[in-house]
Design a protein around this ligand. Sequence first.
Ligand code: FES
Length: 116
Amino acid sequence: CKKKEVSITFVKANGERIKANGKIGDSILDIVVNNEIDLDGYGACEGTLTCSTCHLIFPKDVYDNLPKKPAEEEMDMLDLAHELTDTSRLGCQIIMTAELDGIEVRVPSTINDARS
Ligand code: FES
């Protein structure tokens, strides 16, 4: 059976909006990679929670309803991200659900690769 498609819009710091499609069960990082979205340096550690380059800023209502609260490892990585906000998460840790279809997320203007 075919998995349902979901969409997500990335809003870059310069205002550019990039809409992309993925499937339920994809992480946001998967969607960026599969659509070859041009976000400089995004997802450098390929989802292994060692880089923080996949930092995204969520609208408050979306953030509050994300299926999973951040694990301690994610919190530690987020601490190293630039432009950290109260509604920041790491995109590689967010798995798309039907409820998240159509969300908009902000991409910070600078990314910090915690490995460097
Ligand atoms: Fe490196 Fe998410 S891709 S922490």
